[in-house]
Design a protein around this ligand. Structure first.
Ligand SMILES: Cc1cc2nc3c(=O)[nH]c(=O)nc-3n(C[C@H](O)[C@H](O)[C@H](O)COP(=O)(O)OP(=O)(O)OC[C@H]3O[C@@H](n4cnc5c(N)ncnc54)[C@H](O)[C@@H]3O)c2cc1C
Length: 423
């Protein structure tokens, strides 16, 4: 099993009954599975930053914290600092960069994603020092060191998605001067409507984050030490920078298995039990393209809630099939969240069809609470909420699951959260 956040899988195996020596986790990272979302949030806080062992899985979902000793006690082998460079599905073997071979009976592929780099597109100067990407704890350590070394320096954040928004906030908290650059007309366009983005862009501007839209970074200049000094934009502007953080997307790590398992929509195709086209080979988390039952189509989801739940589902299915049984099909309700500054939003369901805003999205408002619904074919299929209480977040989750009919967009806008509370 190649894995990271699949400490969740390990916990489920342990719950279902596991003999010592039956499970191994192989990871190229140096540490036991941890909650990756912490890296762009509390890990970079100026005061009391989160550090391991504080955020090993499964604390992110309110579960037990699995310290390295837990794996030892359970007889689970944690094989760290080990990168798999070759997988052979026919001989059921994995080969590491160090030349070791591992044989398996059942394999769970949980290789996750890797960042898209500006060097992939040949952006001039993109290999300068202090241009950072964020995926693994090692990346976060390097960025943390640079923030400390360039005290009160200048940063340019390239990209206005999850990483861009969370990193701009946390750098600002570190008293860094922040410019955020992205080509789209508003931030997080894959999820946010312009009305939602209006709030965040205004809020960030009030915090002193400068947002430059409608252009991209086309090159970097470095000083004689090779450290980045300037970011050149397509529109001709040049921004000073001591630190650059690039968050322009990720791609699933499927290369090890290319040509060996069926693929679909850029990921490894699975059934509702995360079984691939090959017996005894499962794929979970970011790499899996699975049947999203609620919408009757195959999807890939790059979010932590799905990585946890898909890992648990795969393990339940593996254990059940050993006993000649089956488990219920995966019936996932998409759930994404983010936190930055004092803000916290949640989204459930599908952001398709028409959308309507409710509440007050004025970034100057003293108390922040607003949201949006998405309506398709007369039904509410998605819901977003900033600043919700746990009960309110549960209410919008229920809406996205139940998909109640909506009479009109105006009515939804007027009723806002009370519409969700009625369901
Ligand atoms: C900085 C950051 C913040 C995030 N914040 C949020 C958030 O707030 N909300 C949210 O919903 N989602 C968030 N996500 C997304 C979420 O973390 C991912 O969807 C989730 O981690 C996917 O889990 P996974 O197990 O599929 O893969 P990963 O967590 O990526 O784990 C894959 C592991 O496999 C290892 N690996 C890969 N290839 C090999 C190989 N060949 N040999 C050995 N080991 C290998 C990797 O090193 C890694 O340890 C965030 C992601 C990042 C990077």
């Amino acid at each position: 099993m190649v894995s990271r956040s699949q400490g969740y899988a390990a916990r489920e195996f342990s719950k279902q009954g596991l003999k010592p020596g039956e499970l191994a986790i192989i990871s190229k990272e140096a540490v036991a599975p941890y909650e990756r979302p912490a890296l762009s949030k509390a890990y970079l806080f100026p005061e009391s930053p989160a550090r391991l062992p504080g955020f090993h899985v499964c604390v992110g979902s309110g579960g037990e914290r699995l310290l390295p000793e837990w794996y030892t006690e359970k007889g689970i082998e944690l094989i760290l600092n080990t990168e798999i460079v070759k997988a052979d599905i026919t001989t059921k073997s994995l080969t590491s960069a160090g030349g070791e071979t591992f044989n398996y009976e059942t394999l769970i592929i949980a290789t996750g994603s890797t960042v898209i780099r500006l060097t992939d597109f040949g952006v001039q100067g993109a290999d300068a020092k202090n241009i950072f990407y964020l995926r693994e704890i090692e990346d976060a350590d390097k960025l943390y060191e640079a923030i400390k070394a360039k005290k009160n320096g200048k940063a340019v954040i390239v990209g206005g998605g999850y990483i861009g928004l969370e990193l701009s906030a946390v750098l600002k908290l570190n008293n860094v001067d922040v410019n955020m650059v992205y080509p789209e007309p508003w931030c997080m366009p894959r999820l946010f409507t312009s009305d939602i983005a209006h709030f965040y862009e205004g809020y960030y501007a009030n915090k002193g984050v400068k947002i430059i839209k409608g252009t991209v970074a086309t090159g970097f200049t470095a000083n004689s030490d090779g450290e980045v000094k300037e970011v050149k934009l397509k529109d001709g502007r040049v921004l000073e920078a001591d630190i650059v953080v690039v968050g322009v997307g990720a791609r699933p790590l499927t290369t090890l298995f290319k040509g060996q398992v069926a693929e679909e929509k850029g990921g490894i195709k699975t059934d509702s039990f995360f079984k691939t086209s090959i017996p005894y080979v499962y794929a979970v988390g970011d790499v899996a393209t699975f049947p999203l039952k609620l919408y009757g189509e195959l999807r890939r989801v790059e979010h932590v809630d799905h990585s946890r739940k898909s890992a648990e589902q795969a393990v339940k299915a593996i254990k059940a099939s050993e006993d000649g049984k089956t488990v219920e099909e995966y019936d996932y309700l998409p759930y994404f969240y983010s936190r930055a500054f004092d803000l916290s939003w949640q989204f459930y369901g599908d952001n398709v069809g028409e959308s309507v805003l409710f509440g007050d999205n004025n970034p100057e408002s003293p108390k922040v609470k607003f949201g949006a619904y998405w309506i398709k074919d007369g039904k509410v299929v998605g819901a977003f909420l900033e600043g919700g209480t746990p009960e309110e977040n549960n209410a919008i989750a229920k809406i996205a699951r139940v998909q109640p009919p909506a009479e009109s967009l105006d009515q939804l806008a007027k009723e806002g959260l009370s519409f969700a509370n009625k369901i």
